[in-house]
Design a binder for this molecule. Sequence first.
Ligand SMILES: Nc1ncnc2c1ncn2[C@@H]1O[C@H](COP(=O)(O)OP(=O)(O)O)[C@@H](O)[C@H]1O
Ligand SMILES: [Mg+2]
Length: 365
Amino acid sequence: MDAEPLVAPGGCIGIVGGGQLGRMTALAAAALGYRCRVLDRDPLAPAKQVAAHDTADYDDMAALERFAAKVDVVTCEFENVPVAALEALALWKPVRPGPRAFAIAQDRLPEKDFAREVGFATPPYRAIAAESDFDGAAYPAILKTRRLGYDGKGQARIASAEEGRAAWTRLGRVPCLLEGLVDFEREVSAIIARAADGALRAFDVVENRHRQGILDLTIAPAPIAPARAAEAQRLAGAAAQRLGLVGLLAVEMFVDRQGRLLFNEMAPRPHNSGHWTIEGCTASQFEQLVRAVVGLPLADPARRANAVMKNLIGDEVRAWSRLAADPALKLHLYGKAEIRAGRKLGHVTRLYPLDVTPDPRSAFP
Ligand SMILES: Nc1ncnc2c1ncn2[C@@H]1O[C@H](COP(=O)(O)OP(=O)(O)O)[C@@H](O)[C@H]1O
Ligand SMILES: [Mg+2]
């Protein structure tokens, strides 16, 4: 036998954030004999239905200390956790991934700088802190708030410096990043796990299709050249390594019309584009995260089936009984009480044999 894990089965994983990613992490942890405790300020956070839980603000130091006392290791399921909360938790228990990965991923400027240091190409970008910063940039472009954007929120497409200044005012004149608009052939993502001993295990690269800035479909594997997919995995691994991250790193990229890979953004946590791994791989992204944080050897991330995953967003979830009745589909619902436009309420996965190319148009009739 190898060395004892940091946390043996029966131990407790603290999960900061109680959304669907935390919920699916807790379910995977349970399958390996671990308990989870979720911390979220929302008493109705969906992960709280499947784990022990605390309700507190992330800047409540006494609550953080109480939470830390009840867990053996801490991980985080959402990107915009205050870094100070992770730093505080790290005083008491190992935090995996550590605060640094979150600090970089939370701000689009250091995030893009970091990607370039690792060797990724990126779209052209510049910081916006004054009206004159729009002069001389390449247009069309996309203006993004540096912090707190998700699902396409905090973004505006602009065709000129004039439009940029107007859009910046609408975004509250907060610090922004201006990026060249990529005329991409497709969007792809890579999810890689890194263990405390530096071992790296990548899931297959997938294609992602968005609607109104929100992930709609993931197609596994991405129909791209094997060399391109290998490059995406290698760069994601280099990023995880450079961060010294223990856990998961998801990297969103564009493939442009010339077939080049361009970094878009990264997240040091499970990713929506990895949900297909629950049925499609020997071990899911959630199991892999659990293994990394407790110190078990990483699992084999091999793809067992091709897959298309569709998010159920807003009203789409009302089809749940029809989807549940289709024996070829695997339905996941997140236990969220309220249906709201743009809210991720579940997802559904269709599997295909490894030699069949998934067709997203016919996947969900
Ligand atoms: N530079 C860009 N060029 C073209 N499309 C983009 C660009 N940046 C973002 N997008 C589109 O907007 C989506 C959301 O942007 P992203 O930066 O990933 O923010 P979020 O944090 O909201 O996911 C992307 O998945 C892509 O479809
Ligand atoms: Mg994104």
